[in-house]
Design a binder for this molecule. Structure first.
Ligand code: HEM
Length: 148
């Protein structure tokens, strides 16, 4: 596992990598810290979890390649990478795009559980992992569109 750690700043979180010589290299974004493939691998692990989840699986199409591509592209863009998602899909408008699906607390929690498991396989330092997970918690809450 790559040694990485992050220190929390007042606004944007500065992501800090430990260079091979032991010095700290401050980068601006999570994308700069982990690189492009990390997002593909995260989305792949996430959808492996979805495939085995009885709450989430019925919401998604049979073929999970499209969803995997869209999620990794969105996350790569959100966390500071190239804007390929918007080039392909336009403005994210995630609340609107999730409107066709009933998302209550059960679906939200199942989604977050799959993502927590996927993220745990990502090799981030605990403090960086917590920062990313906090983002997912808030984003998932924002997408809840059905009362319990
Ligand atoms: C709260 C629980 C959530 C549920 C049940 C859910 C479910 C879904 C479903 C069924 C789709 C359609 C699959 C596809 O065609 O791509 C989808 C798409 C997507 N979801 Fe979620 N989602 C949730 C939360 C989130 C969160 C928190 C994010 C981002 C942080 C996210 C990002 C996306 C993206 C980027 C797409 C593709 C949108 C597009 O371009 O069409 N989702 N989601």
């Amino acid at each position: 596992m790559t040694r990485q750690r992050v220190s929390l700043g007042p606004e944007r979180k500065p992501w800090v990598r430990i260079a091979p010589d032991g010095s700290e290299v401050v980068v601006d974004t999570l994308y700069d810290l982990v690189g492009s493939d990390w997002f593909d691998e995260l989305a792949k692990r996430f959808y492996d979890g979805v495939a085995a989840d009885s709450v989430l699986r019925p919401l998604y199409p049979d073929d999970l390649d499209g969803p995997t591509h869209r999620l990794s592209g969105f996350l790569r863009q959100y966390w500071g990478g190239p804007a390929d998602y918007s080039a392909e899909r336009g403005h994210p408008r995630l609340r609107m795009r999730h409107a066709p699906y009933v998302i209550g607390s059960e679906q939200r929690d199942a989604w977050l559980q799959c993502m927590a498991t996927a993220l745990a396989g990502g090799g981030l330092a605990p403090i960086a992992e917590s920062a990313v997970m906090e983002y997912f918690q808030s984003a998932a809450q924002h997408l809840v569109n059905a009362p319990d």
